[in-house]
Design a protein around this ligand. Structure first.
Ligand SMILES: Nc1ncnc2c1ncn2[C@@H]1O[C@H](COP(=O)(O)OP(=O)(O)OP(=O)(O)O)[C@@H](O)[C@H]1O
Ligand SMILES: [Mg+2]
Length: 304
């Protein structure tokens, strides 16, 4: 088997004694899209920052393209594209100039850089904005420009920290399509996201982390099957007869405010049964999603 593009072993990061990443290990294989998911403050950005050498790891080992990162940072970074969580475009430059200045860091000849910039702006539907000042762009346009910029050096590994946060549904779907097209060319992608639909659609494999530790890892389908089941029945304001029935039959369920979620491999059978045996006016049946997995594993309380 070919060696992994990213190999993180027992990776750690402490900030003045606070442990933000607490010994996480994962591998990203060539050509796959791998997701890092987790609630606010889980340690996703901290992990990503270690991957591109922005912030040195406090412990563990990190190999990228098979080489130890620390010793080969400059060479490795030539082959990587990074789109950070926060906007770091140069506000004094135009859209196109932002791309051209970035191309200089990679010693890309000006003529080639212009061609690349042009095709990337087309790719991200910004072609009409080449001369626009950054401050005149909407949040979503800036995000797409950052994505375009992360590809200027034709990377083999693309690292995206929340690529579609702040995008409207049209732009989000468009970016997903673009990322799928990039993946089809063999590009390896690592991304973080708070959109479970995005992760389920794009990621071949993913991990869910919390408090700096990995909770689970797998394909979206595996994780749904393993941690939720195939189907979910939602019940609004369950009757006491319903609650007794579930308890009696030891059927896995969770109360969420006035709603009840019943997790089941064969939800439809149970759904019919509930409808026959009990009054089930407020019941609905749906497929289990990655969002169910995420909420089950990381809880429903708000994070600070
Ligand atoms: N430079 C820093 N100095 C001190 N603490 C930090 C620093 N950067 C991050 N942290 C802390 O480390 C923890 C993890 O933060 P991180 O930004 O990695 O989370 P995240 O998973 O990316 O969250 P979000 O989904 O909100 O982007 C948080 O508790 C955060 O406050
Ligand atoms: Mg983050």
């Amino acid at each position: 088997m070919t060696s992994p593009v990213i190999e993180a072993v027992d990776l750690r990061k402490a900030y003045n004694g606070f442990i933000a990443v607490d010994g996480i290990s994962f591998q990203v294989r060539p050509g796959e899209c791998f997701g890092l998911l987790g609630p606010n403050g889980a340690g996703k950005t901290t992990t990503i920052r270690m991957l591109y050498g922005y912030s040195p790891a406090s412990g563990g080992s990190l190999r990228i393209f098979g080489e130890p990162l620390a010793e080969n940072l400059r060479v490795i970074k030539q082959r990587m594209g990074i789109c950070q969580q926060e906007d770091n475009l140069d506000p004094d430059l135009s859209v196109e100039q932002n791309l051209l200045v970035f191309a200089r860091y990679f010693d890309i000849p000006m003529r080639l850089a212009r061609e690349e910039a042009h095709s990337l702006l087309l790719f991200f539907a910004l072609a009409g904005r080449a001369g626009t000042a950054i401050r005149e762009l909407s949040g979503g346009m800036k995000r797409r420009l950052m994505l375009a910029r992360s590809l200027i050096n034709r990377p083999q590994l693309l690292i995206l920290d929340e690529p579609t946060t702040g995008l409207d549904p049209q732009s989000r779907h468009q970016v997903w399509q673009r990322l799928e097209e990039l993946k089809a060319t063999g590009l390896t992608i690592l991304l973080t996201s708070h959109y479970m639909e995005e992760a389920a659609r794009l990621c071949d494999r993913l991990l869910i982390m919390d408090h700096g530790k990995v909770l689970v890892e797998g394909t979206p389908t595996e994780l749904i099957k393993r941690h939720v089941g195939r189907e979910v029945i939602e019940v609004n304001a369950p009757s006491s007869a319903m609650l007794d029935f579930l308890k009696d039959k030891k059927i896995e369920h969770e109360a969420v405010g006035p709603r009840l979620l019943i997790y089941n491999q064969t939800g439809s059978e149970l759904f019919m049964h509930l409808n026959q045996e009990l009054s089930c006016a407020g019941c609905s049946l749906r497929h289990a999603t990655l969002e169910d997995v995420f909420l089950r594993l990381t809880g429903r309380e708000l994070r600070e």
